[in-house]
Design a binder for this molecule. Structure first.
Ligand code: NAD
Ligand code: USQ
Length: 385
């Protein structure tokens, strides 16, 4: 198939493009390099050095013989989006291209507005391009488990059968997200479902949990193919950060009691989920939702797992939680859709965590220690007075 990967220079987009290319799909990537700009803004860099997109693409050609086409531009530029869709003529588009850090979206008004504008408008431009150029294109959109929040009932895959005053309907699952970033994904989901209903778009919304890991079977074939690995308190995600903190000999930063529970998955499962979704498209007019996660852990359990696995002393600190989130809650998520398509999950074993220690050790001198502790708070972004 011809597959266009939006956000193909990012942590997940790049290894996904390699996996699709390696699976025989004609693959193109698109990115505006905003993510590299956030690094400069925050004074940090990926723990593992990454090449620029042209070098990556050339290295992949050298290693595999496969060609990946690269487009540089912004999804918020509608003319550019239309041009790429007309030129590449994708059968599927995988959409990773959003500002994806909850803390970044909570820095202040400007960052909240940027996040929602970038994410919602970019997706809207894309929906229009698909609807006007070729509505048969299957749109595979990265959503997030955080769209649901932590409701006190089971989390279904996107939809909920509701009985109210004796009548029944199938409704989009109610959302209770925890940041302006997570809210942007909710807005996207609603827009996309509307596009399916009104224009007959075919969409798969993948509500993904927190991803961990850094290597995939393709990225390890050459150091120039490495994907980014974030450690800072804004873009670094919980398990990756705990592994990095353990190797650096820094305390693991559990926010609050650590009773908050999240769905997680291995980066190797992310890329495989995308392949499965692409190769098994949604029907015309269908808004299909999968919960893309394989296991749930509380933050305290994740810290304990990392501390137990690391071959040395590890200190676990409980910091005052900079976020506003439920410290203890019910969490039971249905996630059978992707397994039904053939996903064989890599569950979090000691082997994976252990394999991350040497990656961190090799590059630990690149860490800006000042960026490890959280500085963005959920209420601190309001400039009152
Ligand atoms: P990332 O920031 O590394 O990658 C996103 C890429 O999109 C970046 O390269 C960025 O430059 C690009 N981009 C952003 N806005 C753009 C625009 N307007 N036009 C063109 N390109 C643009 O993020 P990631 O960790 O690879 O996440 C990818 C997607 O998966 C995001 O949508 C995120 O919400 C979702 N997701 C990520 C995780 C995770 O743990 N990393 C978990 C669940 C969902
Ligand atoms: N946490 C800590 N200590 C840390 C970092 C995080 O206790 O040092 C806690 C947070 O308070 C939160 C949980 O760990 O309760 C997860 O935080 P995170 O930063 O790992 O993940 P999150 O902000 O939810 O965002 C990440 C990605 C985002 C994606 C989301 C999936 O950045 O793009 O959408 O995971 S989900 O969490 O399912 O919404």
């Amino acid at each position: 198939m011809r597959v266009l990967v939006l956000g193909g220079d990012g942590y997940l987009g790049w290894p996904t493009a390699l996996h699709l290319s390696d699976s025989g799909h004609q693959t193109a990537v698109l990115d505006n390099f905003a993510r590299r700009g956030y690094d400069r803004e925050l004074g940090v860099d990926s723990l593992v050095p990454i090449e620029d997109l042209d070098t990556r693409v050339a290295a992949w050609h050298e290693v595999s013989g496969q060609q990946i086409t690269a487009y540089s531009g912004d999804l918020c530029d509608a003319d550019f989006v239309y041009r790429v869709v007309r030129e590449f003529r994708p059968e599927a588009i995988v959409h990773f291209a959003e500002q994806r850090a909850a803390p970044y979206s909570m820095i202040d008004r400007q960052h909240a507005v940027y996040t929602q504008q970038n994410n919602v408008i970019g997706t809207l431009n894309l929906m229009y391009a698909v609807a006007e150029i070729d509505p048969d294109i299957h749109l595979v959109k990265l959503g997030t488990m955080g769209e649901y929040g932590t409701p006190n009932i089971d989390i279904e895959e996107g939809w909920l059968e509701v009985e109210h005053n004796g009548r029944k309907d199938r409704m989009l699952y109610p959302k209770k997200p925890g940041s302006f970033y997570h809210l942007s994904k909710v807005h996207d989901s609603h827009n996309l479902e509307f596009g399916c209903r009104v224009w007959g778009l075919r969409v798969t919304d993948l509500n993904q949990g927190v991803v961990y890991g850094q290597q995939t079977p393709q990225t390890i074939r050459d150091p120039r193919l490495a994907t980014r690995f974030d450690y800072d308190a804004v873009f670094g995600t919980v398990l990756n950060r705990f592994v990095i903190q353990a190797v650096l000999g820094e305390p693991l930063t559990v926010y609050g009691t650590g009773g908050q529970t999240r769905g997680l998955l291995d980066i190797r499962d992310t890329i495989e989920c995308i392949r499965l979704a692409v190769e098994n498209p949604a029907e015309v007019g269908e808004f299909r939702v999968f919960n893309q996660m394989t296991e749930s852990f509380s933050v305290a359990e994740i810290a304990e797992l990392v501390a137990d696995t690391f071959p040395g002393p590890v200190q676990v600190d409980h910091l005052e939680n900079p976020r506003v989130e439920q410290p203890e809650h019910y969490y039971n998520v249905k996630h059978t859709g992707l397994v039904g398509l053939g996903l064989q999950p890599h569950l979090l074993s000691d082997t994976l965590i252990e394999s991350m220690f040497p990656i961190v050790a090799e590059h630990k001198d690149r860490v800006n220690l000042g960026a490890l502790l959280p500085t963005v708070t959920w209420r601190g972004g309001l400039k009152t007075g």
